[in-house]
Write a protein that binds this ligand. Structure first.
Ligand code: ZN
Length: 212
């Protein structure tokens, strides 16, 4: 991995089908939350969590690395130009705990920002994405397709989303944006073999990890 990010910014409910599957309203403004750098977990480390916290759901997401400082972007094009690299990542979520926190009106961090809650693939050059509004990826568990993503189905396009994020959080080189998950989220189980595939311009990029 390149530079350690100062922050990882995650987008919630960016695909309408996923918002609906969790019974959430489709937002009229991006839902944003943060994971700290301590949440990062390498692909070769294996996923684990404290079972006392309940179920842990996968959320496979197109993830962006910012390579140039970006603050208060004034256009989607300016925001897109700051992206240096892309990969796929897992925004791991302790769903039972999150549901309980949401019901009580508390912040989500315990359920989404814990150590090991952010698994990122290796970075590939951003030029591998020919069209930010047509980026395709998929997520399989034990060779079964579980999530299929296409940024064409996002509520806010990537450029507008990044512009809006930069108006809230000044982005530094190395910062990561997880752009939200399509439908299909479900609990992980011990022994699951996980595979993320990103369709690039020159090849398909594949990253594997597993649940301890
Ligand atoms: Zn997510």
């Amino acid at each position: 991995m390149a530079i350690r990010p100062s922050k990882i910014i995650c987008v919630g409910r960016s695909y309408a089908d996923h918002a609906r599957e969790l019974g959430n309203a489709v937002p009229d403004q991006a839902v944003l939350f943060l994971k700290p750098p301590s949440s990062l977990l390498g692909l070769d480390e294996g996923i684990s969590w404290n079972p006392a916290w309940g179920s842990c759901h996968f959320e496979c997401e197109l993830s962006l690395r910012i390579d140039q400082p970006l603050k208060d972007a004034s256009s989607p094009e300016q925001a897109l130009a700051a992206i240096g690299a892309v990969t796929l990542g897992l925004d791991l979520t302790l769903r039972d705990l999150q549901d309980s926190l949401k019901k009580q009106g508390y912040p989500w961090e315990r359920s989404k920002a814990f150590d090991g809650s952010c698994v990122l693939g290796d970075w590939v050059d951003a030029s591998e994405i020919e069209d930010w509004q047509q980026a395709q990826y998929q997520f399989e568990i034990n060779d079964e397709l579980r999530q299929s993503g296409n940024t064409a189905n996002m509520i806010f396009d990537i450029g507008s989303l990044l512009m809006e994020i930069s108006q809230v959080f000044g982005l530094e080189p190395g910062d990561v944006i997880m752009t939200g998950t399509p439908s299909g989220v479900a609990p992980l189980h011990s022994g699951d073999q996980l595979k993320m595939t990103l369709k690039g311009k020159t090849q398909d990029f594949v990253w594997n990890t597993w649940v301890k």
